[in-house]
Design a protein. Structure first.
Length: 368
């Protein structure tokens, strides 16, 4: 399968457009046009990862963290590890692609896989993203309403959570007069015409507007289509940050800490005591999620599992919620299993998908 078709599977799930604006997601090195033999998945990319890709005959690496996050002023293979990785990727004809914060913000992404590891039920976003949706309103002759609506829905419009093909329709009358160079589908030019029409309103993610409008115009009977696109401030139920869910059974704080260690294979936990003796409702955010502490408390979570927690954030949480720093690597690496499963289910050929066998975690612990 060609590389760009594989990447489309990822981006249909985690669109690049929902990523943090300063994030460098997408193609890092190489070409999206090459035929892919095998794929290697990893959290970070270093020379050992590329070596394993070569050994397994993988010519596509998909990482979570971008290799190229900061601007590069020079490629110095003598003193810079990133430069050596770039050199090796190019020499071995390996494409590198990264899905970072778009994978953090999508449904069943990083935080959902962390919640799955902890066996949380009733999972939903802790905080939904907002201001990334539009309302598309189009005016259609009555007999063409279903055809136009179907085209928009097939292009991605009308999704609200677990419901598809959502629209609101209002009957009305369209009035127009075709000028000299017009070619009206209804009536004749130079004469005012009235047509029974339907106003169709649908929600569209901002990054899908162009695609949906194009699909709508292709089946709309009018020479000049009347439509409006409005920016919305709504919360988007399909994209967000963090996850909140529930354990099947209440656990003591000690039992829950033990569950986190066992589930994530964490070698070390940092935590501050919460206010409750029993843990039932749990918030999680894979990676650096301490900014969501207030949201976890507001949603009455008994515990919050994340990473990269600062000293003063622990102070803010003390005696309010069991705040656990389980490690950046440990809370994000479970998403590789979901990427692997999605790709393998989508392939009809013999393309193989591997997970990196080693660890790219730069943090080690000293135990005396």
């Amino acid at each position: 399968m060609r590389c760009d078709k594989i990447i489309k599977i990822i981006e249909d799930w985690a669109p690049k457009s929902i990523a943090w604006e300063k994030d460098n997601v997408g193609l890092q090195v190489g070409s999206l046009r090459r035929e892919v033999k095998s794929i290697l998945l990893c959290l970070d990319v270093d020379e050992k990862v590329v070596d394993e890709a070569v050994q397994k005959k993988c010519n596509l690496i998909i990482s979570h963290h971008p290799l190229l996050f900061r601007s590069i002023k020079r490629i110095d293979t003598n003193s810079d590890g990133i430069s050596r990785v770039i050199e090796k990727l190019i020499k071995k004809d390996i494409t590198l692609y990264s899905a970072h914060t778009n994978l953090d913000f999508t449904k069943n992404g990083v935080s959902f896989q962390l919640a799955k590891k902890l066996k949380l039920s009733n999972q939903k976003f802790l905080v939904n993203l907002s201001s990334n949706q539009n309302k598309l309103v189009v005016f259609v002759p009555l007999d063409y309403a279903d055809k136009v609506a179907d085209a928009m829905h097939n292009a991605g419009a009308g999704m609200i959570g677990e419901y598809s093909n959502c629209s609101f329709r209002t009957l009305g009358t369209g009035v127009f007069k075709g000028l000299e160079k017009s070619n009206p589908s209804f009536g004749v030019k130079g004469k005012i015409e009235s047509v029974e029409e339907v106003k169709i309103e649908v929600l569209v993610n901002s990054f899908d507007v162009s695609k949906v409008v194009t699909a709508m115009k292709q089946v709309h009977p009018y020479e000049e289509v009347a439509y409006d696109v409005y920016a919305l401030a709504n919360e988007n139920v399909d994209y967000g940050m963090g996850v909140i869910g529930e354990l099947n059974n209440e656990l003591s704080q000690k039992e829950f800490l033990s569950l986190v260690v066992k589930s994530l294979k964490a070698k070390n936990l940092r935590f501050t005591q919460g206010s409750k003796f029993k843990i039932k409702k749990v918030a999680v955010c894979g990676g650096s999620g301490s900014d969501l502490l207030d949201a976890a408390i507001k949603n009455n979570a008994d515990a919050f599992v994340t990473a990269d927690v600062k000293y003063h954030t622990f102070q803010d949480a003390e005696n309010k919620i069991l705040l656990i720093d389980a490690g950046h690597y440990e809370t994000e690496v479970p998403v590789l299993d979901e990427i692997k499963n999605r790709l393998e289910k989508s392939f009809t050929d013999k393309t193989k998908v591997y997970k990196y066998m080693g660890s790219t975690n730069p943090i080690v612990f000293y135990n005396n």
